[in-house]
Design a protein around this ligand. Structure first.
Ligand code: IMP
Ligand code: MG
Length: 181
């Protein structure tokens, strides 16, 4: 598995420090608001679990799962809610947690979907942001960003290639020859 990694982009220590920093900012902003953190499966699971354990204010957690179809591997096709949140978000302060903001298509879809549930507020926190890949038609922006990364395909810490590498404890760049196999 590690032999497929060209370079470690973010070490466990770097990620841990950033998670603490993000959580501190969010705690300050959401104290007394009983926020709900909504994780978008599956890529977010590791980040989500680390984040909420650094949150020391009362809060709730929920998950949704979206699927994209119609255009192969990228997210430009149509999207659908495969599993919706279970909590009633009306009047609640909601923070979406995501692994990566790439083209932005999935988060735009997720954001609009959750906005239709009439939350009191809705913000986006993403561990990684790849601005070079942004679809110009996307209007939503992440409110909290862990790391801005270059336009390279990364895996680990929840992120996958072909459903593998999610269990790597760091974020690494995949060797190009792995794609061409
Ligand atoms: P979007 O392009 O912003 O809609 O991102 C859609 C999804 O593509 C993300 O939630 C990730 O699951 C996946 N993705 C985008 N870039 C990468 C990457 O560099 N590595 C692994 N998955 C990625
Ligand atoms: Mg993925």
């Amino acid at each position: 598995m590690t032999q497929d990694i060209k370079e470690i982009l973010l070490t466990q220590e770097q990620i841990r420090a950033k998670v603490k920093e993000l959580a501190k900012t969010i705690c300050e902003e959401y104290a007394g608001k009983d926020p709900i953190f909504v994780g978008v499966l599956k890529g977010v699971v590791i980040f989500f679990a680390d984040m909420v354990r650094e949150i020391d204010i009362p809060c709730q957690i929920d998950f949704m799962w979206i699927s994209s179809y119609g255009s192969g591997s990228d997210s430009s096709g149509k999207m659908d809610v495969k599993r919706d949140v279970s909590a009633d978000l009306k009047g609640r302060h909601v923070v979406i947690l995501e692994d990566i903001f790439d083209t932005g298509n999935s988060l735009e879809f997720t954001y609009k979907h959750l906005l239709s549930k009439e939350p009191a507020s809705l913000k986006i926190c993403t561990l990684l942001d790849k601005p070079e890949r942004r679809n110009p038609a996307v209007t939503v922006q992440p409110d909290y960003v862990g790391f801005v990364i270059p336009n390279e395909f990364v895996v680990g810490y929840g992120l996958d290639y072909d459903e593998h590498y999610r269990n790597l404890p760091y974020v690494g760049v995949l060797k190009p020859e792995v794609y061409s196999k």
